[in-house]
Ligand binder design. Sequence first.
Ligand SMILES: Nc1nc2c(ncn2[C@@H]2O[C@H](COP(=O)(O)OP(=O)(O)OP(=O)(O)O)[C@@H](O)[C@H]2O)c(=O)[nH]1
Ligand SMILES: [Mg+2]
Length: 371
Amino acid sequence: MSNKNKPEWAPKNAGKEFATTVVKGKESQHDGVPGNTSTRTRKAPAKRKLSIENYVNGVLAHDRTILAQTITLIESNSEKHFEMGQEVLRQLLPHTGKSLRIGITGVPGAGKSSFIETLGCQLMKEDLHLAVLAVDPSSSLSKGSVLGDKTRMEMLSRHQNCFIRPSPSGGKLGGVTRKTRETTLICEAAGFDVIFIETVGVGQNEITVRSMVDFFLLLKIAGAGDELQGIKKGVIELADAILINKADGDNIKRAEIAKRDFANALHYLKSPTKGWTPETHTCSALTGDGIYPVWEMIKRFEENVRKSGVFEERRNQQNLGWVHDLVSERLLNVFYADPLIKAMLPQLEKNVINGKIPPTQAAWKLLNREL
Ligand SMILES: Nc1nc2c(ncn2[C@@H]2O[C@H](COP(=O)(O)OP(=O)(O)OP(=O)(O)O)[C@@H](O)[C@H]2O)c(=O)[nH]1
Ligand SMILES: [Mg+2]
């Protein structure tokens, strides 16, 4: 045994038990993307540079490795990658739009990932291709994503028809939103039939995800307190359906009561989707009870809104909203990056805090670049 195989901390006259052995890793057996039935082994992605054409063709050919690399390109914060990513996206655009986009929200621990796992495994039996994206626009505040862990989607993540992508990390709220929207388009071009977007229910997140999806699902648990305090309007007004999860064991009765309370509350609210009355159901992601009926409801919804044209109309509105969001984001970035504004800002802020000038005047001074 030669010395170079020994770790550097091995004693001088150490025997062969200090030798190290390299074990070759196992190569994956499938690439998991719709339409690709090839079972040949695939080597770990080489670090070669891909051209725009490579990205586009790879995604369209359902190549899972290139799909992941394309999403990474889109998520990059570098200016060079941004331009390349946009061109890839432009070329993929004619192939997008065919999936059903489903948003799912709920407080941490409501069972969102478990729900996606259970429903997802049932969808796999129908030979549907499913992408699961996590979006956590608050991650820049909470320093790291709490979502997207594959641990609750263990079975699903091993299935060859499923693709799970955690939340893009870091960046501003607008950045995460753009990245998730673009990732949705890329997944569509890669042929996924259903796209789940999971987000944790804190404030702004739900509104953001509502603006990206066709169907919006709110997951609740009984006894969380909100049905007693009088149901808060905000989020439930966005929902096409409310599910009371964890309706199992001795929780069933409480879940039924919560369901009734939510159904009553929904009665007084305007539906977020024209021609659709939001529904309330109980289910258990743990036992699977009531999960498939949720899918049947979603399919009923889809049929209804496609027929009435509401589906198309919503997507068009979402696209326009997206354009305006991007313009606002860009304008703000350009404005605050201006050296003059950068120089003016600290003193102006101080003056506002000290009560020397009113906020409105400070804002006008900035906008007019008035020193
Ligand atoms: N009894 C019961 N437990 C459940 C059910 N669904 C989820 N759980 C449990 O609830 C806990 C949280 O589940 P997750 O699926 O991680 O919840 P989540 O909403 O995705 O949580 P975050 O991603 O952290 O926001 C886990 O311990 C699950 O096993 C259910 O239907 N019944
Ligand atoms: Mg989760």
